[in-house]
Design a protein around this ligand. Structure first.
Ligand code: FE2
Length: 252
């Protein structure tokens, strides 16, 4: 039996340094071997540079989210974006120096690490940033998944998609973020959002994946209270849209 290893899986930090620091403090209490990040380090909130620097200082494996892409790709035209999103992307581009911009731009779209896979959206077309809300949204991703477990983010709603061993696209089931041991079969697990949760709970969300060898696997979801007032104050000081502050309180 291999040594038990515990991974903290973070996603959608979205330039919320208060939420990120609170999650890292919680991780310190959880006997974690390594941290990985599923992208959207920036966007929406007002501490993009601080979050990039913190993630880079951890040296954790990170894949690229859609906001990481938009904010580090000045050639992407923002005319078709929703106005609030466009204004924050433009503001974030102005905040980032060349080195942080290059780091974001060069993030990979997907990674396989220690036997599990990481992607921001779905594995079938990672650069299209499709949303997986329903079982049929996850079907094509499962067909591209070579590892037993793949972690993703993007919707900011923690959940578990499960395809039983030998099952096909009609057998995929969707569960809420329940803690426990994984069954045989494949999992496509959304770890929720650190910096802008959208499941009605304002607390920062992340997941802990425990591997006891390659077959005894389990998942646990963590919720962490953080200094929301300071995050909101940053948004106001930066002159970012007010809705970005109110949605943090509501967790939407
Ligand atoms: Fe996101």
């Amino acid at each position: 039996m291999g040594r038990v290893r515990r991974y903290a899986i973070l996603s959608d930090i979205h330039a919320n340094i208060e939420a990120l620091e609170a999650v890292l403090r919680d991780i310190d209490t959880q006997r974690i071997d390594d941290i990985v990040c599923l992208g959207d380090v920036v966007g929406y909130n007002a501490a993009p540079v601080e979050c990039i620097r913190r993630i880079r200082s951890l040296g954790c494996r990170t894949v690229k989210g859609n906001h990481d892409h938009y904010c580090s790709s000045p050639e992407v035209n923002l005319d078709d974006f929703q106005p609030n999103a466009a204004s924050v992307i433009a503001w974030t581009r102005r905040m980032l120096g060349d080195d942080d911009m290059a780091w974001l731009h060069n993030l990979p779209m997907q990674l396989t690490y220690m036997g599990f896979t990481m992607v921001h959206s779905t594995l079938d077309c990672p650069a299209s940033f499709r949303y997986a809300f329903e079982p049929e949204d996850a079907a094509d991703s499962f067909n591209c998944q070579r590892s037993r477990v793949c972690f993703h983010g993007h919707t900011h709603v923690p959940c578990i998609f499960y395809r039983p061993a030998g099952g096909d696209r009609n057998d995929i089931r969707l569960f809420g973020p329940a803690d426990g041991k994984l069954e045989s079969g494949n999992y496509f697990i959304n770890v929720g959002s650190v910096g802008q949760p959208r499941d009605g709970n304002s607390e920062a969300c992340y997941a802990i994946f425990t591997m006891d060898g390659m077959t005894d696997l389990s998942i646990a979801f963590r919720r962490v209270d953080y200094d929301l007032e300071t995050a909101v104050q940053r948004i106001e000081t930066a002159g970012l849209p007010e809705r970005l502050a109110t949605r943090l309180y509501k967790g939407v």
